[in-house]
Structure formats: structure tokens, C-alpha cells
Design a protein around this ligand. Structure first.
Ligand code: 5AD
Ligand code: SF4
Length: 476
């Protein structure tokens, strides 16, 4: 799973809408909607917890809300346009109920700051990803007749002590944030500006969260970070302040994976996103060592051409990426591998684009998230390079990349037919009440007859046939 994946996915994977489904508290009603990545979804669970503490209850119908919160994404322009469209719909509700408060949270709030209040007149509150603790105060200001903004980014905030309210949950799988922010500065990416500097969360709070989830019946956790491999804990000290000695003794991502895996052999562990320049063999050996750490790595490549990767400031070459793929395949044979790809980044030549296609054919990813480049204001690419690939060409290249990936996904899925897969049951199949679905360790969806099995069970399924991305079989 990619951290930019959520349960409801559209073609560009932006604009997933996750609405709080369980009423909490008795007080005023909030309607909380999340767009974008799993990190946003996870943040919304923190926001829900903060407001539930203040007595807010929730609703799934924004027409009956006292407070609408929209957790937004700024990664591509189309994500922002979708949010603007949504605000127009809320405007109608606000005309009927002038007391209705509307808050914009997340990356778009951070990117546009108070400018958002001028651009979108109906917005009352603008809150960046590090300022959610301030929400109750901001709401009070709005109730007192003022507009309210807090977009301060923090070097420390990890919300470690806040116990998230699980939203729209299947009761089996959950996200746990382990780092916030990103220091990588890929030239196309707005995340380092909207989510700030990278910081790691206290491992004890992470393991405790995993234990609590397990006790509540959850059977899978996904550890989330923009770059999980750079996770490092040295009693809260910032990475740059560490001496070589301290750094050598600090608690790494591999250590964290092991601690979470040790919560219970029946708790599966996933993580996202890995980074080619930071993913060590230690992490891969840890995955191989523990049965309950899933054999699946999401390793974004972005491009298959080294010069392009240099312009993207990715910190690795084509060869280094392929070397990491070889390491995964040799240390965790049969692992699922997925990636992210961008077409039409600044100056992309026919040859550079062809190198992306050839890398895809060399690796044969199980799955990929693919995007046409969208220039983001304030990024290094916007300052340094010309967005010179025509939109139509970006899109044609994207279509070719998608078609090639579909072929690879189909081939990879087919390789699972005839094999037995250990599947964690997540629920009833959308297509038929008579079938359950879950995922195998490699993250492929597996569907099988319901019988007497239920959510949270582990079952062994012999795959008999498949569609493009789903295995279909019977419990053995
Ligand atoms: N344009 C297109 N895609 C982008 N991504 C990040 N920034 C941009 C952008 N400006 C993609 C990358 C990243 C994923 C989360 O989103 O592929 O890995
Ligand atoms: Fe953006 Fe690169 Fe950080 Fe991912 S690693 S969030 S693409 S800057």
C-alpha cells in the first residue's frame, strides 16, 4: 500500500472521501472529510480525537453539521481543484445556515495560508498539519465572530500522545503514523513545504498504539511516513544534532519494525513509503526474519533515467534503483513491489521517457501509481526548470505507462494462481455477499467463498483463477 492510497480510490488517487462513520459525543456535530493520502486520513483520526474530547459528535450528512472540516491535499493541481469544487457545494449549505463553520485543514491550508480566506470567502478556519491541537481555540474565535488561521509548522509535533479515533474503519486494518514531514526535497514535490521538516515519533507510543489496536481486534497495522527508512529515534533529539556515536546507537526503522512485529505473531505489519536512497538491507532482512511483516515494498522510482532523476533531486541513479530491486528480490524472494511514476516532468525527452518504460519492463512491478507532472508553486522545479512538456504529451505518455503497467500487473497476478496464500480477511466482497476478501502478504487482493469465516480471520486460500489484479480461490 502506498501512503497516498486510501480505501476509496479514484483514477488519480486524490479526492478519496472518508467520512467519520461513528458518532462520538453528544455535542455539536462535525462533518469531517479527507482528501489525498493515507497520512491525511491518519491525521483526520487525530483531529476527530481532539474534537471528540471537546464534546463534538459526528455526522455523515454535511447538511446537518455545525462544523465542516475538509482535510486537503496539495500534491497536484487537480487535487486542489477538487477541493475548490467541494467548497462550492458547502457554500449552498452555508447560505441556508449562516452559523455553519467551515474549516480547511492539511496541505492546501498550509500552502495557501491566510490567502485561502480571501480566495474562498466561505472558509472560516485554516489549519496546517502541525496545528491541529489549536483547533478548539480556533473554533472559539470563529464563534466569537472572527476568522482564524494557524499554519505554524513544528520541529517537534508528532501527536504521539493523542489516541486517534478510528474513522470509517473495517476494524481489522489501521494506519499508525511514525514520522511527519519530509527532508528529501524532491524538486517536483510540495510536501516538504506543506508538512515541514521530518521528525520521528517516540517508538514507545507507536508500539503502545499497535498493542491497543491488537487488543481491540485489529490484525494489521500500516506504519506511515513520507520516507519510513529515515525513521530514527534518539530520545527525541533531532537527527542533525546527533554525534556519529549517538547515531550508531539510535533506534532505526528496522528496530521499529521488529518491535511492532513482536506485539503478536497475529498482528501483520505493513509500512509505506520506502525510499530508494535510504532503504537499507537491514530493513529487508528484518522483513525476511518475521513471518508477520508483510513481503511487500512500495518503492517509488518516478523515472527510469538517471539525468531525469538528478533533475528530480531523487538522490539515486537508475542503476542504484535496480540494485535495490535486486536486493529485495534476493532477500525476500517473491515479494510484492509497487512504485510511483511521473510522466512529463520538466525537459523529459523521448529517450528519458523510453528509459522509464524499459525500467518498468525490467522490474515488472505488481502495481504502480502513475501521474502526469503537475507544477507546484514554490518547489525547486518551479524555480529552476521549465514545465515544457506539453500537457497533451504528458497525458499520452501517461496512458502508455498505464497500459504497460496493466500488462505487468496482470502477469504478476497470474503468477499467484495455483499457489496457497495466507489471507487476512478484511470484509465482504463488494461484488457478492457470498464472498469475502482480504490481502495476501504481497498486498494482492484475494477473494473466496464466505462459508463461516469472518473479518479478522487468517485463512489459507488456494488461488484457482484471477482477474487483472485479484486472485480468486478457495479456502484449503
Ligand atoms: N506532479 C505529479 N506527481 C507528483 N507526485 C508528487 N509531486 C508530484 C507533482 N508535482 C507524485 C510522486 C510521489 C507521489 C506521492 O505523488 O510520484 O511519489
Ligand atoms: Fe515528496 Fe520526495 Fe518527500 Fe516523497 S520523498 S514526500 S516525493 S519530497
Amino acid at each position: 500500500m502506498n501512503i497516498y492510497e486510501n480505501k476509496v480510490i479514484d483514477e488519480s488517487r486524490q479526492g478519496e472521501v472518508l467520512v467519520m462513520d461513528k458518532p462520538v459525543g453528544e455535542g455539536k456535530k462535525m462533518f469531517l472529510e479527507s482528501y489525498g493520502c493515507a497520512m491525511n486520513f491518519s491525521d483526520s483520526e487525530i483531529v476527530a480525537s481532539i474534537l471528540a474530547d471537546k464534546g463534538y459528535s459526528s455526522t455523515t450528512d454535511f447538511h446537518e453539521a455545525d462544523l465542516i472540516l475538509l482535510n486537503t491535499c496539495a500534491i497536484r493541481d487537480n487535487a486542489e481543484q477538487r477541493v475548490r469544487g467541494r467548497l462550492k457545494e458547502y457554500n449552498i449549505a452555508k447560505r441556508k445556515n449562516p452559523k455553519l463553520m467551515i474549516g480547511v485543514l492539511g496541505c492546501m491550508a498550509e500552502r495557501l495560508k491566510s490567502k485561502l480566506l480571501e480566495e474562498e470567502k466561505i472558509v472560516d478556519i485554516v489549519v496546517g498539519p502541525d496545528a491541529y491541537r489549536d483547533l478548539p481555540n480556533l473554533i472559539e474565535s470563529v464563534e466569537g465572530g472572527q476568522k482564524a488561521v494557524n499554519v505554524l509548522l513544528s520541529l517537534e509535533e508528532t501527536y504521539a500522545d493523542i489516541s486517534p479515533v478510528r474513522l470509517d474503519s473495517n476494524g481489522v486494518t489501521a494506519f499508525i503514523s511514525i514520522t511527519r514531514g519530509c527532508d528529501n526535497m524532491c524538486s517536483f514535490c510540495v510536501v516538504p513545504f506543506t508538512r515541514g521538516r521530518e521528525r520521528s515519533r517516540d517508538p514507545e507510543s507507536i508500539v503502545n498504539e499497535a498493542k491497543n489496536l491488537f487488543e481491540q481486534g485489529y490484525r494489521e497495522v500500516t506504519l506511515l511516513g513520507q520516507n519510513v527508512d529515515s525513521y530514527l529515534w534518539a530520545n527525541g533529539k533531532a537527527k542533525k544534532e546527533l554525534s556519529d556515536d549517538e547515531r550508531g546507537q539510535a533506534f532505526t526503522f528496522a528496530n521499529l519494525l521488529e518491535s511492532v512485529a513482536n506485539v503478536s505473531p497475529d498482528l501483520r505489519v505493513r509500512f509505506s513509503t520506502s525510499n530508494p536512497q535510504d532503504m537499507t538491507d537491514d530493513v529487508l532482512h528484518m522483513i525476511a526474519k518475521h513471518e508477520n511483516i508483510c513481503n511487500y515494498v512500495h518503492l517509488p522510482v518516478q523515472s527510469g533515467n538517471t539525468e531525469m532523476l538528478t533533475r528530480m533531486n531523487r538522490g539515486y541513479s537508475r542503476e542504484k534503483y535496480l540494485e535495490r530491486i535486486a536486493a529485495i528480490n534476493s532477500i525476500i524472494p517473491g515479494a510484492g513491489i509497487s512504485t510511483d511514476i511521473i510522466t512529463g516532468f520538466c525537459g523529459e525527452t523521448e529517450q528519458e521517457y523510453a528509459d522509464t518504460l524499459s525500467l518498468m519492463s525490467e522490474v515488472k512491478f505488481d502495481f504502480a501509481y502513475m501521474f502526469a507532472y503537475s507544477e507546484r508553486p514554490g518547489t525547486m522545479a518551479e524555480k529552476k526548470y521549465k514545465d515544457d512538456v506539453p500537457e497533451a504529451l504528458k497525458k499520452t505518455r501517461l496512458q502508455t505507462v498505464i497500459a504497460l503497467q496493466q500488462k505487468h500487473s496482470a502477469e504478476r497476478t497470474k503468477q499467484g494462481v495455483g499457489k496457497v496464500h495466507r489471507v487476512l480477511v478484511e470484509g465482504v466482497s463488494k461484488k457478492s455477499d457470498e464472498r469475502l476478501y482480504g490481502r495476501n502478504s504481497q498486498n494482492t487482493v484475494v477473494v473466496f467463498p464466505r462459508q463461516n469465516f469472518k473479518k479478522g480471520d487468517y485463512v489459507n486460500v488456494l488461488a484457482k483463477e484471477c482477474t487483472l489484479a485479484t486472485l480468486i480461490g478457495e479456502v484449503v
